[in-house]
Design a binder for this molecule. Structure first.
Ligand code: NAD
Ligand code: UD1
Length: 349
């Protein structure tokens, strides 16, 4: 079989860089398009260092249609993994237009260029944040959607647009239909076991794991635990944390599924990528202290607006149809996050 080329948008970012490693190690050629708005090119040098393979990098914005079309004309792309986008919930409330422009319009430009280049195989980074309020705490793909902030809505809009594209193929009976996997991530944490690539948040982290890590290393003074009076086993919020390396393996599995008999006639389908069990904030802190031998200084603070008490994935569909499940446990996630943090206290800077 010829070597396939995967175009990775946002490939210099946290999850994208881990996907590049997984793709190169699985024998794919990799072409990255990233505008470096939230990443550094050093991550891509590290990807090459880990794999001993090179990739092609274009420092471009996916919204620049002409440039993107030129890249598709030049590179023999067969599949796109689409990570490029903005992802901070609070910022999305302050700058909704920026979020819709980057995420929604950016994906529309990408889809137009793919259509014109007749490259119609796409793996998209969606999020568990697309789900609406629910009485159940374990989320299945058929649960109603109802995101509560502009970031989440941008992901749900993109899912709708991609589903519409796939439906249109049925109407016009095209010979080369869209094949699309919408991967709804739960809470990706951790880093590559080499400690060479990992999450490098700008400024003060919003998410729990990078915050805990920076408290443990002494960059931040104290973690605020957002609420200890939730109806959960210890009162703190419960989430489905998933090792970033497990997560990106779900993406290569998704490519295999899109190329299988199941997607022969095309389609657009959502899959949860999660472990199927949750950990509380206190459990994260305890594991962090045990694995690293460091104290995590914390205080109890009020609940954060928009937070759920508990949420975790039903990952059965991904197991059945993508042949994927998580392999790493919380100790692995914490060990690898800490390895990255201690080897790169200032991130890629
Ligand atoms: P990240 O910010 O580290 O990576 C995103 C990358 O996209 C960055 O390198 C950024 O420079 C690039 N980018 C942004 N806009 C671009 C544009 N218009 N053109 C070209 N490049 C652009 O984020 P991440 O954590 O790696 O997330 C990757 C994807 O996964 C995002 O779409 C995010 O919404 C989604 N996601 C992330 C999480 C999470 O917890 N990290 C959870 C659910 C979904
Ligand atoms: C958050 C976003 C979600 C996004 C995801 C990306 C919100 C409301 N949700 O999810 O849309 O897709 O990040 O990974 O922002 N916590 C603390 N102290 C902190 C930080 C977090 O106690 O300093 C708690 C939270 O209350 C929550 C848990 O830790 O119970 C996990 O929080 P976080 O890592 O921010 O993830 P989510 O809230 O699940």
């Amino acid at each position: 079989m010829d070597t396939q080329t995967v175009l990775v948008t946002g490939g210099a970012g946290y999850i994208g860089s881990h996907a590049c490693v997984e793709l190169l190690q699985s024998g794919y050629r990799v072409v990255v398009v990233d505008n470096l708005s939230n990443s550094k090119p050093e991550s891509l040098s590290r990807v090459e260092q880990i794999t001993g393979k090179s990739l092609s990098f274009y420092q471009d914005d996916i919204r620049d249609k002409k440039t993107l079309a030129e890249i598709f004309a030049k590179e023999p792309v067969t599949t796109v993994m689409h990570f490029a986008g903005l992802k901070a919930v609070g910022e999305s409330c302050e700058q909704p237009l920026n979020y819709y422009h980057n995420n929604v319009y950016g994906t529309m430009v990408l889809a137009e260029v793919m259509n014109e280049a007749n490259v119609k195989q796409l793996v998209f980074s969606s999020s568990a944040t697309v789900y609406g309020e629910s009485t159940a705490v374990q989320y299945s793909e058929n649960f109603p959607l109802g995101p509560i902030n502009p970031y989440g809505r941008s992901k749900a809009m993109i899912e709708d647009i991609l589903r519409d594209l796939s439906t249109a193929d049925n109407i016009i009976q095209t010979k080369s239909p869209w094949k699309i996997a919408l991967l709804r991530y739960f809470n990706p944490i951790g880093a590559h076991e080499s400690g060479l690539i990992g999450e490098d948040p700008n400024g003060i982290p919003n998410n729990l794991m990078p915050y805990v890590s920076q408290v443990a290393i002494g960059k931040l003074a104290q973690l605020s635990v957002f609420g200890d009076d939730y109806p959960t086993r210890d009162g703190t919020g419960v989430r489905d944390y998933i090792h970033v390396v497990d997560l990106v393996k779900g993406h290569t599995k998704a490519i295999a599924a899109l190329e299988s008999e199941k997607f022969k006639s095309g389609g657009c389908k959502a899959y949860n990528l999660g472990a199927g069990r949750g950990y509380s904030v206190f459990e994260i802190i305890e594991t962090f202290e045990r694995v690293t031998g460091r104290k995590v200084n914390y205080k109890i603070a009020p609940r954060r607006a928009g937070d759920l008490a508990e949420c975790f994935a039903n990952p059965e569909l991904a197991l059945k149809e993508l042949d994927w499940k998580v392999e790493k446990n919380l100790d692995d996630m914490v060990t690898d996050a800490w390895n990255w943090q201690t080897k790169n206290p200032q991130g890629y800077a």
